[in-house]
Design a protein around this ligand. Structure first.
Ligand code: PHE
Length: 519
């Protein structure tokens, strides 16, 4: 059976309570039902929406106990207490001073209050006084013990809810006036809200009311079954702040890699990847680094025992590289003048720079007849046997580009570098003569960091030497421009991290706040 209406559980409770108490003060109903006043008003508003109930507002006067009134409401009126004392003493008469002494001692009231209490008892004719010689005697007239009627009024007043003056029973009216004079109560104006049921509300068959459960969370089941359509969805409070979400996002370092990649693409470069486990041949020999070059030492380079040997390219290339090392081959160079060892070239290493990857392209350019200029880049991992600290990692990334083309010059190299670093967000770049075994001339690159307000050396570059190019058939007028740099230095600058390890240690506190970097 479909319910004719659904209400919140609390509204149903209020509806039921009002069936016997229509017209009740909202405050009174709230305390009767042990509900918050605001909740009761919310319920009457819901009932009003369905024409079941309403509330009326009027200006009313309530009686409020003063501090003194409050004090008596808990302890009893002083006259009641004095009469009780007399009764407990089981005397018919007592000397006034004796009574006063007992009252101040046992009831803890002062002389003023004592005479006030005694006056009240006298006025009610519960006691009287007679002068006997020098002293005054208090005579008890009332035979049985009784609580004074004013106490009833005090109890009526001693509730949290306002007591509307119109609700005071007639028999208490004279005491109200008396209390006002004694300053035990004051009158206060307030807005009285009374709750009522409409005729529909009064006659409603309660079996027709369903409990309205507000849905605060949609479940898969509700969506599948379609039951959400009949549900009352809790309204959004757009003024409430939302829960803080730690949404997933791209790692800031990956973000930077993506930007660098975009810059290369925008300059017409294509991306290449090469092996991490590389032969010493491509990592060093093909780059004209002699076999006794200090960079090859174990303390700089990770050598592998498995696989212990790498395959080399076709013999003619190996031979050409060997000749360049031994005597310069047909490059016009004298070479290094030592006996080149194939075994050493076959050693396996973890790539120490991405130049090992880009140099592999030289063979491709001529062998595969690729159209020149060929522009390739690589963003990849490299490894060096470094002690890890805030500035160094043993595993890090390099960004590297080469351009193979006819009649390329140092001016082309500089132009390419300026364009690349400008796009990376470095407006000023300077190059200085540098040295790498595989380039001549070589240039060191420094950029001006706005973040640090100073020049920073960032990478190396140059034109590959004939000793590097000729073994692969690359000859004048074809030349190769190359440059490379670490990625983490840029990331540290852009992401304002002082410790390079943070980039991979991933402190959550940083990652959650890390803005998307802008290059
Ligand atoms: N390979 C060099 C390095 O690891 C950088 C470089 C690349 C220098 C290309 C010149 C040309 O620092």
């Amino acid at each position: 059976m479909k319910m004719i209406l659904s209400l919140k559980p609390v509204s149903i409770q209020v509806l039921k309570a009002l069936k016997d108490a229509s017209g009740i003060d909202a405050n009174n109903l709230a305390s009767q039902m042990r509900l918050d006043y605001v909740v009761v008003m919310g319920a009457i508003n819901e009932l009003a929406e369905h024409d079941l109930g309403y509330f009326k507002e009027e200006e009313a006067t309530e009686l409020v106990l003063t501090d003194e009134g409050n004090d008596y409401a808990t302890k009893g009126l002083p006259e009641s207490r004095l009469f009780k004392l007399l009764f407990d003493l089981k005397v018919k008469e007592i000397e006034l001073n004796e009574l006063k002494a007992k009252a101040t001692k046992q009831l803890g009231i002062d002389e003023k209050i004592f005479f006030l209490a005694l006056g009240n008892l006298k006025q009610a004719r519960w006691t009287s006084q007679a002068k006997v010689g020098d002293s005054v005697k208090v005579l008890v007239l009332k035979q049985e013990y009784e609580e004074k009627q004013e106490e009833q009024l005090l109890k009526l007043l001693n509730v949290e809810d306002p007591l509307d003056v119109r609700e005071i029973p007639a028999e208490f009216k004279e005491y109200v006036e008396q209390f006002k004079k004694r300053k035990l109560i004051t009158e206060k104006k307030y807005t009285k809200r009374t709750l009522h049921l409409t005729e529909i509300g009064k006659n409603l068959d309660s079996s027709k009311i369903g409990t309205l459960q507000e849905v605060t969370r949609l479940s898969t089941e509700m969506i599948k079954s379609g039951s959400w359509k009949d549900a009352t969805l809790k309204a959004y409070d757009v003024t409430k702040p939302g829960a803080h979400l730690n949404a997933g996002k791209i790692h800031p370092v990956v973000e930077i890699i993506n930007k660098v990649r975009e810059i290369f693409f925008s300059m017409g470069f294509i991306e290449i990847r090469g092996p991490i486990v590389e032969s010493a041949f491509f990592n060093f020999d093909a780059l004209f680094q002699p076999q006794d070059h200090p960079a090859r030492e174990m303390h700089d380079t990770f050598y592998l025992s498995n696989p212990a040997k790498a395959n080399l390219p076709p013999d003619k290339f190996v031979k050409a590289v060997a000749e360049v090392h031994e005597n310069g081959g047909n490059t016009g160079s004298t070479g290094w003048g030592y006996k080149w060892n194939k075994e050493i070239a076959m050693q396996t290493v973890l790539r120490t720079h991405t130049t090992a990857t880009t140099v592999r392209q030289l063979g491709k350019a001529i062998e595969e007849g690729v159209k020149l200029p060929l522009k390739v880049f690589s963003i990849d991992r490299v490894y060096r046997n470094e002690k890890v600290d805030f500035k160094h990692l043993a595993e890090f990334m390099q960004v590297e580009g080469i351009v193979i083309g006819e009649r390329l010059s140092l001016a082309d190299l500089r132009g390419t570098l300026v364009e690349f670093y400008n796009k990376m967000g470095f407006e000023k770049i300077i190059t200085r003569p540098g040295f790498f075994p595989y380039t001549e001339p070589s240039l060191e690159i420094s950029v001006f960091s706005k973040e640090l307000g100073k020049w920073m050396e960032i990478g190396g570059s140059g034109i590959f030497r004939p000793e590097v190019c000729t073994p692969w058939g690359i000859k004048e007028p074809v030349r190769v421009l190359a440059w490379g740099q670490g990625l983490e230095r840029i990331a540290m600058l852009r992401l304002k991290r002082n410790d390079i390890r943070d980039l991979y240690r991933n402190p959550l506190s940083w990652l959650r706040k890390a803005p998307y970097p802008r290059l």
